[in-house]
Design a protein around this ligand. Structure first.
Ligand code: CA
Length: 222
């Protein structure tokens, strides 16, 4: 799950980034509306947390441009004070929810979870591969109908492999899904997650094959 934070107050931006990273989201952060617009035109996110009062391009204009491009990414707006007009305008332009500053981090995290769930419920959230099934909105996995315990990152790796089942997925694609720009991706972190997944999946005959120099493939016929 990848989140973009758009916030020009460095202390708040930092606090938000760290708290969401602790909750295992991949987080990118930009500090003005113009950067936000560029990044949103180029990359896909599962959620945008957007301050309204921003340098260069305000938050309203950022939402307007996102929706004009047809992007359905959920947008959570942060308003600086209890300004009803701002909230109404933000929601009218296509924001999905708002929080008034100052807010408590647990509340923000709850809103984030709800918005991401809602964003995903549009499409099918169940993935299946042989005895393995993944509920991508509930973040649950089962193997032979028995709940399978996975860390958030293991789940992320498996989700990407299942979405592209039978095709080769390279390490960069996996890392991109799991980490924000600022995170240090240990060169063998992906290998570690794949190794752990194999130990959990192989007893049930589900194989993740390494294609040397290319990446990994979840075998089609398990
Ligand atoms: Ca601001």
């Amino acid at each position: 799950m990848r989140i973009l934070i758009v916030e020009d107050d460095p202390t708040l931006a930092d606090g938000l980034t760290r708290s969401l990273q602790r909750a295992d989201y991949a987080v990118d952060c930009v500090h003005d509306g113009e950067q936000a617009d560029h990044v949103l035109a180029a990359q896909s996110y599962d959620l945008v947390i957007l301050d309204l009062g921003l340098p260069k391009l305000d938050g309203f204009e950022v939402i307007r441009r996102v929706r004009r491009r047809g992007a359905t990414v959920p947008v959570l707006v942060l308003t600086a004070h209890d300004a009803l007009a701002d909230r109404v305008k933000g929601l009218d332009l296509g924001a999905d929810d708002y929080l008034t500053k100052p807010f408590e981090l647990p509340e923000l995290e709850a809103r984030v979870r709800a918005l991401i769930r809602r964003g995903q419920s549009g499409g099918s959230s169940m993935l299946a591969h042989g005895p393995l099934s993944l509920d991508t909105s509930g973040r649950r996995a089962t193997l032979d109908n028995v709940p399978l315990e996975l860390s958030a990152r293991e789940f992320g790796v498996l989700e990407v492999l299942m979405l592209r089942s039978g095709r080769v997925v390279n390490k960069e694609q996996l890392a991109e899904q799991l980490y924000g720009w600022e995170d240090e991706v240990g060169s063998n972190a992906i290998e570690v997650y794949v190794h752990r997944l194999r130990k959990k999946l192989e007893p049930a005959g589900v194989a993740i094959r390494t294609i040397r120099g290319l990446g990994y493939v979840l075998e089609k016929d398990s």
